[in-house]
Design a protein around this ligand. Sequence first.
Ligand code: DP6
Length: 401
Amino acid sequence: AAAAMAEDRALTVVTCTAPVNIAVIKYWGKRDNDLILPINSSLSVTLHQDQLKTTTTAAASRDFTEDRLWLNGEETDVGHPRLQACLREVRRLARKRRGEDTAPPNLSYKVHVATENNFPTAAGLASSAAGYACLVSALARLYGVEGELSEVARRGSGSACRSMLGGFVQWQRGERPDGRDSLAQQVAPETHWPELRVLVVVVSGEKKQVGSTAGMQTSVETSPLLKHRAEVVVPERLALMERHIRERDFEGFGQLTMQDSNQFHATCLDTFPPIFYLNDISRSIIALAHRFNAHHGRTKVAYTFDAGPNAVIFTLADTVAEFVEVLRRSFPPSTNGDQFVRGLPVGSATLPEELLEAVVPEPLPGAVRYILHTQPGPGPQVVDDPKQQLLGADGLPRHRS
Ligand code: DP6
């Protein structure tokens, strides 16, 4: 009885990591704002957690008096409706699965959650997808819930449901009003296209003015182009994109990725009042990619932009060194000592004179803060090493240096 007592008083702790994803067929617009049901399906590539990840530790104990959350070390309000929806849904699934089982952690125990990104939030990389995917993974593991969890992650943030899987992932819009069929599905695993590489180009500039949630709501209300896109364009593009991925056809994949990013930003301009996420640096990266491809006579690099000015470039391994050098020549790093190229190693390249002349513009020093080199990667992971836990034995954030 004493042992059972001790176990009951103990802290149950789980730590997970989750990835960022970047859409190549964009999600923009909801048909249900509360359940987060989209007006169209979308498709994304999950990025490798060696370069970009969120880590979340969730703990339950009967000694906790309230649910509490720490984001990058700072305590945050747990009252946020989307956070509450995720907590409630995981607990509901746990109750359904367990019946009357009262093994620890008891479902009535409060939880403490600490979460951290391994990349600066200030970099403007969308982190809510990885954040909610990680929260849901950790909570589900804590309560012993398995199986379909993208539906729960979706309640945190639409794009988060795609971060529940690795590789190439489709979020099916679904038809049901209750959202039970609005789920993420893997199109191909991360090992499917080993040569595919990703360059996240973090540009200088202020924070975005309009968040995705508010922005897409105005777009749904005012943009006839968005309606046409969701009804006519996206269904055709999804089938095409799946084929390009299946066949590892970079030219087809790259062209469609660029066209879909451009159409998403066109719907933003078609929104009234209009929304602008691209800035002058974004547009000069677009022009650079097109000149680079034209010079080579085929699509060797493809850009995509979300609700902010940072570019994400898809390319193949054999083109990385040359294109990074093109970026470095076009946007020379300002001398602040920071590492300009981060992530996976990038080889050196000497640019031929004709390429320099045809592709590289008048340099814009300092316009790009840094470039992160990464690749497709797996879905959320459970971390077994106790040293990686973000909460200490007292259930409070550990001091981290
Ligand atoms: C432009 O998933 O951030 O990145 O569902 O309101 O949380 P909410 O929006 P969010 O929107 C992402 C929009 C996008 C395109 C995409 O990721 O598909």
